[in-house]
Design a protein around this ligand. Structure first.
Ligand SMILES: Cc1ncc(COP(=O)(O)O)c(C=O)c1O
Length: 322
């Protein structure tokens, strides 16, 4: 039996079309994904709107789940996109959640344990629970990021447009490393030595009223949050730039932030550079050293959209009860 201590308000999870009590384990220990990370997953959020809970950009997340499945060569998928969209809504409803993080996980299940999962069926589970700010409520302190010494896996080695379970081992190790050293979150450089992304977030800058993001060729996942922000930025009078981000761009930015479904928009106010492996790593203050004004405006605009208060972007919401 499992408790749900760190999964607030989670009562049931969905597995292959049925609901199970959160505390009920149903997997075989020899399932392929447990051993080799042969899974693909999504991180999605639902927010409370005037019309009840709505899931933000659900279609895009399910499209990405299928894309990831194709990258890891999953051939016979157990459910259609439409069925998964419905199941995500059902999970929110079944758990009585108003706002939630939703985690669909598609994986090579129990069959054989050779690296090639020839006899492993593909299975799907979906969990949902209430999950607050991923990087904590940092208030006007913002996030103290650190550029970790290990470089991000390179786009020439793995297709980083897919969210594959095993790939996240690198994120876990470096996320732990950053926290062990007293920082809030890691920042990866790519093999070229430029800023790539966080362990589970994109990184954006604002300088001279321009929102600056990098793209897939920099060995990053082009996140759905990042894309949404690039689309809404002009509404706030910001120009946009998609181009590589150097360390110097980051250190001299007016503002910087992490963005992603889990982290939402988290201002970066200080960055330590551990990449040169110096005994006393240099620390750079970003802008004023406080969460940036434009970053907070973007965050507020984003919040208005996800909570259904901006009709222009209602197209991005999938209402749970409709
Ligand atoms: C490595 C990585 N980069 C960026 C992101 C941000 O993506 P999204 O905004 O789609 O959540 C995520 C989260 O899914 C991620 O895992």
């Amino acid at each position: 039996m499992f408790s749900n201590t760190h999964f607030s308000k989670a009562k049931k999870y969905w597995y292959m079309g049925k609901f199970y009590d959160w505390s009920e384990p149903i997997f075989h220990p020899m399932m392929h994904a447990l051993h080799y990370g042969t899974s693909t997953f999504e991180g999605i959020r639902a927010y409370l709107t005037p019309h009840g809970p709505a899931i933000f950009r659900l279609k895009e997340h399910v499209d990405r789940l299928f894309h990831s499945a194709s990258v890891i060569k999953m051939k016979v998928l157990p459910f259609t996109k439409e069925e998964i969209i419905q199941a995500c809504k059902d999970v929110i409803r079944e758990n009585g959640l108003d706002q939630a993080y939703i985690r669909p996980l598609m994986f090579y299940s129990y069959g054989n344990l050779g690296l090639v999962p020839s006899f492993c069926p593909i299975e799907l589970l979906i969990g949902a629970w209430e999950w607050g700010a991923y990087l904590g409520e940092t208030g006007d302190k913002g996030v103290f990021g650190c550029i970790v010494p290990k470089r991000r896996i390179h786009i020439s080695q793995l297709d980083l447009s897919a969210k594959l379970g095993g790939v996240y081992v690198q994120s876990t190790i470096n996320g732990l490393e950053a926290r062990e050293r007293g920082y809030d979150e890691a920042i990866f450089l790519n093999l070229e030595g430029r800023i790539a992304e966080g362990p589970g977030e994109n990184i954006c800058l604002i300088k001279n009223n321009v929102l600056h993001a990098n793209s897939a060729s920099e060995s990053v996942l082009e996140g759905i949050t990042r894309s949404s922000l690039l689309e809404i930025a002009p509404d706030l009078g910001l120009k946009t730039l998609i181009a590589p981000i150097t360390k110097e761009d980051l250190f001299s930015a007016d503002e910087a932030f992490y963005c992603g479904t889990a982290a939402e928009i988290s201002p970066i106010t200080k960055v330590a550079d551990l990449s040169e492996k110096l005994e006393n790593p240099p620390v750079y203050i970003i802008g004023s050293g406080k969460p940036g004004v434009l970053t907070m405006k973007l965050a507020e605009a984003y919040r208005q959209i996800v909570t259904g208060k901006n009709p222009k972007y209602e197209k991005w919401l999938a209402y749970v009860n409709k």
